[in-house]
Design a protein around this ligand. Structure first.
Ligand code: F1P
Length: 600
């Protein structure tokens, strides 16, 4: 191993699992749609890996993890038995907050249908607008997290608080957990994340004397007295390094659904929560994983199609019904911070808009075009100018309004044949062939459940998970095909919070082999758009940098080119303008620097 390789592997070893590069997907930027599906399939398989003798990491099926899930489910049961005095709060930033919203909404709907009190509540950093756009500043604010939590729990005697941070890094969540730890008479805090505790983030947080790792360690100490719980199975690295919306988001959904449903069964059906019943729920999700990826040909065709649309600077539109619409909206909105995409590259729409979302803050459509999400809006604003290059993808299940599906599909078909679908039905309750025939590619999954399950929340949750896996594959694959990924790194990420700032520096170090301080300087030059960094700029704290970076495009690629080619900011931008595909730009500059060093 030469010196550079050694430096590289030391650097990789220092990263937490959730930020590491997954060896399975290292060449994802060089393969076709079919191979991409196989890579994603193998990466997702790691969620369910049973490494009984892995001495370092606990996995989802490890007995300690299952036992903690049982313990937390018992707390859910206690809360449900005392609904007047209790509340269960799920909280997170970005994807974690969106999953919290989805889980709470469907759990509350189920409670309502059974005439029980709805005691679940969600918090997403930045409020409901963060469901559709990435809200940077609030994620980094621990005091805001604590304050928001305190407000929604006012007057309650028992609070089960579940703080989700896949990377065990979000200051907003750390502030909330710290608040709970100071009030253990009322709060039972649970931390859900996917790193071992010693890998939790240990960088300073705004206005705080402690960091995330301190909080995680205090939580672990309290777990011995069953006053707090840490649920942190390791899932292996993400297919796109650091993209916790993928495995992290899916595992969050699987774990919390199992816990909430087990608690519910115990409270209302007298079914005691045992490790066997929890692992049964997880196995059911594993079956959803297997069934979904068994449709790899259709999935590859959809990835290819979406990649073509993005490459031609056209659009991908997800038209979803009910919670499948929410999965579509979520997947689409995540492409902006992950790939530096425009909000309308991939866009989601849901039937009845915000009425269907049932979010706390109601209709947000006046906040801007990103918040215009109803099917009617799609028909009024997008359909008239839809082109053949735009891809339209319907997301629905057999118990959605198929008349509505057919009518809208008819309208779209009059403008384009680039219309496809992901559809779920049951062996005993199938979608009519006439409906299926309206779509070019239809990824139709016929689930082997009985027709009594058709209206059950459990069935719907499985369809959501399956749709999430498909859409994550489609939007990731399409951006890879567009050239927005280098190896398996999201090199054009938006540097919009402190975690992403650290990730950007890691990426620069990874590719240039330069020191951290050199990479920081290049990044700051790109962020502040200057050759001469002032003292004010270099000494400002991270939050000032991320605030400025959030208003700039191509920050990381610009810094990368500047370092690699030893060029000025203007030259780097010119180079990127000449190579609109970021992967090509990076390749070209690596090649030119190789030639240069050979000549030197
Ligand atoms: C929260 C989060 C991610 C998002 C981006 C920024 O992460 O908002 O959901 O994709 O990476 O951070 P976490 O706290 O769940 O690790």
């Amino acid at each position: 191993m030469n010196m550079d390789d050694l430096k590289l592997s030391c650097h990789e070893l220092s990263l937490p699992v959730t930020e590491k590069c997954n060896p399975i997907s290292r060449d994802i930027d060089r393969v076709n749609g079919k191979q991409m599906v196989q890579i994603l399939r193998r990466c997702d398989a790691e969620i369910f890996e049973k490494k009984d003798h892995d001495p370092f990491h606990q996995r989802l099926y490890s007995s300690a993890v299952i036992q903690t899930m049982v313990d937390v489910a018992k707390r859910v049961e206690m809360m449900l038995r005392d609904p007047e005095e209790s509340v269960i709060v799920l909280s997170g930033c970005g994807t974690s907050g969106r999953i919290a919203f989805l889980l709470v909404t469907s759990f509350n709907e189920m409670m309502k249908a059974q005439k029980q009190k709805q005691i679940c509540s969600y918090i997403i950093a930045g409020g409901d607008r963060a469901m559709l756009t990435s809200q940077e500043a609030p994620e980094d604010d621990p005091a805001l997290g604590a304050h928001t939590l305190e407000k929604i729990c006012a007057g309650k005697k028992h609070v089960l608080f579940i703080g989700i941070s896949c990377g065990m890094s979000a200051p907003f969540v750390a502030g909330q957990l710290d608040f709970c730890l100071q009030h253990l008479d009322i709060f039972t805090p649970v931390l859900l994340g996917f790193n071992p505790v010693h890998m939790a983030r240990s960088e300073p947080m705004q206005g705080c004397s402690f960091h995330f790792k301190d909080v995680a360690e205090r939580m672990t100490a309290e777990q011995r007295h069953e006053k707090a719980f840490v649920l942190n199975p390791v899932l292996g690295a993400e297919a796109i390094s650091g993209s916790s919306r993928m495995k992290g988001g899916s595992a969050t959904k699987i774990i919390l659904e199992s816990i909430l449903l087990a608690g519910h069964e115990a409270a209302f059906r007298g079914k005691r929560t045992t490790p066997e019943c929890i692992s049964g729920w997880i196995t059911a999700s594993e079956m959803v994983y297997e069934t979904t990826y068994s449709h790899s040909d259709e999935l590859a065709a959809l990835i290819h199609q979406a990649g073509e649309s993005l490459r031609m600077k056209a659009h991908v539109y997800y038209i979803g019904w009910g919670t499948l619409g929410i999965i579509g909206l979520t997947d689409a909105s995540e492409c902006v911070p992950t790939y530096g995409a425009d909000f309308d590259d991939i866009r989601g729409f849901i039937n009845n808009g915000f009425r269907e979302m049932k979010n706390k803050e109601g209709d947000l459509s006046c906040l801007g075009p990103e918040f215009v999400i109803g099917h009617k809006d799609f028909v009024d604003t997008i359909l008239p100018s839809l082109s053949q290059n735009d891809m339209v993808l319907f997301l629905f299940a057999v118990n959605d309004d198929l008349h509505e599906v057919t009518a809208l599909a008819d309208q779209v078909r009059r403008r384009t044949s680039n219309l496809h679908a992901i559809a779920h039905d049951l062996e005993k309750f199938t979608i009519p062939e006439t409906v299926c025939n309206m779509f070019g590619t239809i990824l139709r999954i016929t689930w082997p459940f009985s027709s009594e399950e058709v209206n059950s929340v459990v069935m719907r949750q499985r369809w959501e998970l399956s749709t999430k896996w498909c859409l994550n594959a489609i939007s990731t694959g399409a951006h890879v095909l567009k050239g927005k990924v280098y190896m398996n790194y999201m090199i054009d990420l938006r540097v919009s919070n402190s975690k992403l700032y650290t990730r950007a520096i890691n990426i620069l170090q990874r590719f240039t082999g330069c020191s951290k301080s050199e990479c920081v300087r290049a990044l700051l030059r790109a962020i502040y758009s200057t050759e001469d960094l002032s003292e004010d700029m270099t000494s400002a704290d991270v939050w000032k940098h991320t605030d400025a970076a959030n208003r700039r495009d191509r920050v990381v690629p610009t810094a990368l080119v500047m370092i690699q080619c030893g060029c000025t900011l203007t030259e780097a931008r010119h180079h990127l303008d000449c190579h609109p595909v970021i992967r090509d730009a990076v390749n070209a500059c690596f090649n030119s620097s190789k030639t240069k060093s050979t000549v030197d």
